[in-house]
Design a protein around this ligand. Sequence first.
Ligand SMILES: NC(=O)C1=CN([C@@H]2O[C@H](COP(=O)(O)OP(=O)(O)OC[C@H]3O[C@@H](n4cnc5c(N)ncnc54)[C@H](O)[C@@H]3O)[C@@H](O)[C@H]2O)[C@@H](O)CC1
Ligand SMILES: Nc1ncnc2c1ncn2[C@@H]1O[C@H](COP(=O)(O)OP(=O)(O)O)[C@@H](O)[C@H]1O
Ligand SMILES: [K+]
Length: 461
Amino acid sequence: MNSTAVLSVEAMRAAEQAAMNAGISEWELMQRAGQGAARWVMRMAAGRPVTVLCGPGNNGGDGYVIAGCLHAKGYKVRVIAPVEPKSETARKARAAFDGEVMGRAALTDPVVVDCLFGYGLSRNAKGEFANLLEELAASDCYKIAIDVPSSVESDSGSVLGPLPRYNLTLALGAWKQAHFLMPAMASMGALRCVPIGLALNDASDQSTTAPRLTAPAADSHKYRRGLLAVVAGSMPGAPLLSAEAAMHAGAGYVKLVSDHSHPDAPADLVIEQDLDAVLEDERISAVLTGPGLGRDDEARKRLSRVLGSGRPCVLDADALHLLRPDMLKGADVTKLCLTPHEGELATLCESFGVTLQSKLDRARRLHDVTGMTVLAKGPDTVLADREGMRFFPRGSSWLSVAGSGDVLAGIVASRLAVHSDTMRACEEAVWLHHEAARRAAPAFSASDLACALIPAMASFL
Ligand SMILES: NC(=O)C1=CN([C@@H]2O[C@H](COP(=O)(O)OP(=O)(O)OC[C@H]3O[C@@H](n4cnc5c(N)ncnc54)[C@H](O)[C@@H]3O)[C@@H](O)[C@H]2O)[C@@H](O)CC1
Ligand SMILES: Nc1ncnc2c1ncn2[C@@H]1O[C@H](COP(=O)(O)OP(=O)(O)O)[C@@H](O)[C@H]1O
Ligand SMILES: [K+]
């Protein structure tokens, strides 16, 4: 089975070194990578001619092995290599390939395999490399990236040259961070991982797989299934949306604590006004606040009361702007989930003295300095928690609609009310959010999305 480990370049080099220390040579690793990738290339090429672009490092070395496998199977295959290989193992692979190698040629074949650079890309692709990538971007051939697209920086997912849109990207040995990060992720097409026998069991960072949810126990009642309080503030719409989503994500009972009258609220949503009375109820299993909370003194007081309740909490939207380190004194931070988008993450980093730049680094450090669960959402959602980072497959781009984050916060809170595990709640919520988007018709609104949670739940039971 494919591993779900996600490795930084440093961790990848260490895993390869460990394999070599255990007696598997770099040459053997390259053979496994190249042969495994070649099987995918042949599946996609289905007999059509193939061009392989080979760069100076071991990614180029993999390219010569791929070309060799295709050649041996009778494929019409040629290599375009703007420079000779520099690493010893890649030179050996070049010498072992007895097919056609050209310095420059037009990209006329229907399938092109890109092995210019892998995780060793260290600066902007320029000159002949940039020309080739531009030509590849403009071509309508079937494009396969080996390990990572050649202008993608493996750790950050940032782009250092012309970026073609690939049909397929084959990660070698393990997933790299860029496979789950924007802007790189958007260009990779289908993603597959080719195992090469690395020991990855100790990797702390992982891609997530579909959660398994369970129906309520046979002897459940509404409180035992989880009682959630959604604490509203100055604006009525957003918390109502969160509460509606929460009602369809597992909790047995959702209360909206609000001073507004909410004439549009469904009859089965209980609306209360007395925040202290609600929070004193021992049966409350989780609290959500932030959507529509406002940022004035009253909102700050509400947030402090929620934090003081000691319940598992989800903090979103305005709560993330109001949150300060001193508010966490005495709080059990392991019960708190933050669900910031990019802007809210920047605000939180300022409040908690995190100066790193990338979303991944910021989320990781924010968790490290606060101990809270950080779900940094966006087109490339990442989760930072006690066990490491968690990554997700791409969700529907239709999720970029106002209120979509309120729905997500409601789902996280609902799952938290069910089982009190912050990390698990976030993982389940992202998958449910994505699945609801898949099941809703295109151009859905946030309330359509909340309704689509009902069939989405069924996907994971
Ligand atoms: N090390 C191993 O054991 C294995 C590595 N494998 C392959 O090796 C790749 C990593 O190999 P390398 O570390 O050799 O790195 P790459 O092949 O990714 O490229 C690095 C080479 O390109 C040069 N370079 C980097 N950026 C450049 C730029 N913008 N313009 C021009 N030259 C540039 C570097 O100086 C270096 O020579 C992986 O992505 C994977 O494809 C696989 O064969 C599996 C085994
Ligand atoms: N292009 C996209 N692809 C996939 N998911 C997206 C995309 N854009 C936004 N999302 C998701 O939609 C939600 C938007 O949340 P947020 O920015 O808080 O919106 P709002 O404040 O309007 O509710 C997040 O869960 C985010 O992950
Ligand atoms: K590549």
